[in-house]
Design a binder for this molecule. Structure first.
Ligand SMILES: NC(=O)c1ccc[n+]([C@@H]2O[C@H](COP(=O)([O-])OP(=O)(O)OC[C@H]3O[C@@H](n4cnc5c(N)ncnc54)[C@H](OP(=O)(O)O)[C@@H]3O)[C@@H](O)[C@H]2O)c1
Length: 324
């Protein structure tokens, strides 16, 4: 089968388009024939070797796929050949025509969405859900500040926060990105490429600042978030797309009764019940039209390097998808 393989860590060019044997599903795994493959920012970090859990070389990148079950391994009870499913790939990479996925990380693709949207749902949806609900305990009338708000996770977070009855300030790196976040429901937007943006967050919240901050950029953006963080507020840190970690001082927590949480979604979904509960909510919101998945661009699988370049240069909105 056709697949992308990294034989070394490094720039996007290290992703080679090659022929490798089609995998066989192990016990409790299904083999999925890919219709669409999701591209995530973490894929770029694993490829470059900057992620602490970068796979051992050589490896096939990619952590999510939407397609049909082609073969079921022994002991699989939930799925049959032909089922349209979404898989969260842990042991095998998704940038391939076929991938074996553990049954416990496989869900049915909601009827309301197509394969490209299916390949965009699991990682962005589960991350936004657990950042807001499981860790952030979002409440009605909270002011929620979402960074990288026009990205894959960000657009889901804006919409899920609104579904929970919160008010949302979408923060992003350009006017166009802010406009997109507003179009999915953000109450206010700030462009953090412009100076003084934390003050605009304070103004939008009547002076108090944001009660809940959903933060994935780190560096100066995280620093700005701390400047517009309400007393008693929470912050969920789940990424550092700038390459620099968020730094939050103990004094900010101590003198403001604030709390900061980290989120590694891979660990949260180890609890299959928690993962399926979130998946059911996401399905229901898609079905009701309350949640929409925005596909920024579709690439051929062999053009995965182009997709990574676009993601790393902040040139993208929504989710990027590969077609095998
Ligand atoms: N902890 C977890 O379990 C988990 C799970 C999924 C995702 N994540 C994290 O969540 C974040 C969003 O993931 P995603 O796949 O949806 O990506 P994404 O948000 O679609 O793309 C990353 C965005 O980060 C922003 N950014 C700021 N500085 C950047 C820089 N120097 N280089 C590149 N991007 C920069 C850009 O938006 P602006 O131009 O608007 O700033 C860019 O569009 C990532 O940080 C990812 O690692 C974490």
């Amino acid at each position: 089968m056709h697949a992308i393989v990294c034989y070394e860590h490094g720039r996007p060019e290290v992703m080679q388009s090659v022929e490798i044997p089609q995998p066989e599903p192990a016990t409790k795994e299904v083999l999925i024939e890919a219709e669409a493959i999701g591209v995530n920012y973490v894929d770029t970090m694993r490829r470059s070797g900057k992620h602490p859990a970068a796979p051992q070389l050589p490896f096939t990148p990619g952590i999510e796929v939407c397609g049909r079950v082609a073969v079921v391994g022994g002991g699989v009870t939930k799925f049959q050949v032909g089922d349209r499913v979404i898989g969260r790939c842990i042991t095998h990479g998704a940038y391939a025509e076929y991938v074996a996925v553990e049954e416990r990380f496989t869900v049915f693709c909601p009827a309301a969405i197509n394969a490209e949207q299916g390949a965009s749902l699991f990682v962005a949806g589960q991350t936004a859900y657990h950042a807001l609900l499981t860790m952030g305990q979002v409440k009605e009338d909270d002011w929620v500040l979402v960074t990288a708000a026009a990205g894959g996770v960000g657009l889901c977070a804006v919409q899920i926060a609104k579904i929970q009855g919160a008010k949302v300030i979408a923060a992003a790196g350009s006017t166009e990105k802010c406009d997109l976040a507003r179009s999915v429901g953000a109450n206010a937007t700030v462009d953090y490429s412009k100076p003084g943006w934390p003050e605009r967050v304070r103004e939008a919240t009547g002076g108090d600042g944001a009660n809940l901050i959903i933060e994935s950029v780190g560096g100066d953006v995280a620093k700005g978030c701390v400047e517009c963080w309400a007393a008693g507020g929470r912050m969920v840190i789940f990424g550092k797309a700038s390459g620099k970690p968020a730094i939050v001082s103990g004094d900010e927590l101590l003198f403001g009764n604030r709390a900061v949480f980290g989120l590694a979604v891979g660990a949260v979904i180890e609890d299959e019940g928690v993962m399926r509960e979130a998946a059911e909510c996401l399905d229901a919101w898609l079905e009701d039209g309350k949640l929409r998945l925005h596909i920024g661009q579709v690439y051929q699988l062999c053009d995965a390097a182009q997709a990574h370049r676009a993601l790393e240069s902040r040139a993208t909105v929504g989710k990027l998808v590969l077609r095998p």
